[in-house]
Design a protein around this ligand. Structure first.
Ligand code: ZN
Length: 130
């Protein structure tokens, strides 16, 4: 039975830096995960979860993240960003009656946004920040 080790945050970010030194763009999260695991592999095998990898990549400042989404009809209020876990900011608009109305949500960290009809992330594209 194969056993896997969990790399530290620093090792994941170092590995990301190495990968970006040879490529400008990684066009899926799964691909990035495979590249990182291959890069870290030595005598031992490493495994890194995709959501963790995504957050580390965002926090590293090494990449620009493009988030592709699909539209749904689901109306549900959101508190946390589905991409990075940050607290979402409500996007509001003034009404003619002097109140405010929520139009959607926005994440200041990873730039995810959604209207009241929820946009669900389906693909992530990682581009080296120049
Ligand atoms: Zn976010």
């Amino acid at each position: 039975m194969p056993s896997y080790r969990i790399p530290t945050d620093d090792r994941v970010v170092e590995s990301l830096r190495r990968i970006l030194s040879t490529r400008q763009i990684v066009d899926s999260q799964r691909k990035l995960k495979h590249l990182i695991e291959k890069d870290l592999k030595g005598n031992e095998k490493y495994r890194v979860g995709e959501p963790r990898l995504r957050v580390l990549a965002i926090e590293s400042g090494l990449i620009n993240l493009e988030i592709r989404c699909r539209d749904t009809h689901e109306m549900r209020s959101l508190v946390r960003c589905p991409v990075c876990g940050n607290r979402l900011r409500k996007v509001r608009n003034m009404t003619v009656f002097g109140g405010t109305v929520t139009l959607g949500y926005r994440c200041d960290r990873c730039k995810y946004w959604t209207g009241l009809r929820r946009r669900v992330p389906t693909r992530y594209i990682f581009t080296r920040r120049s």
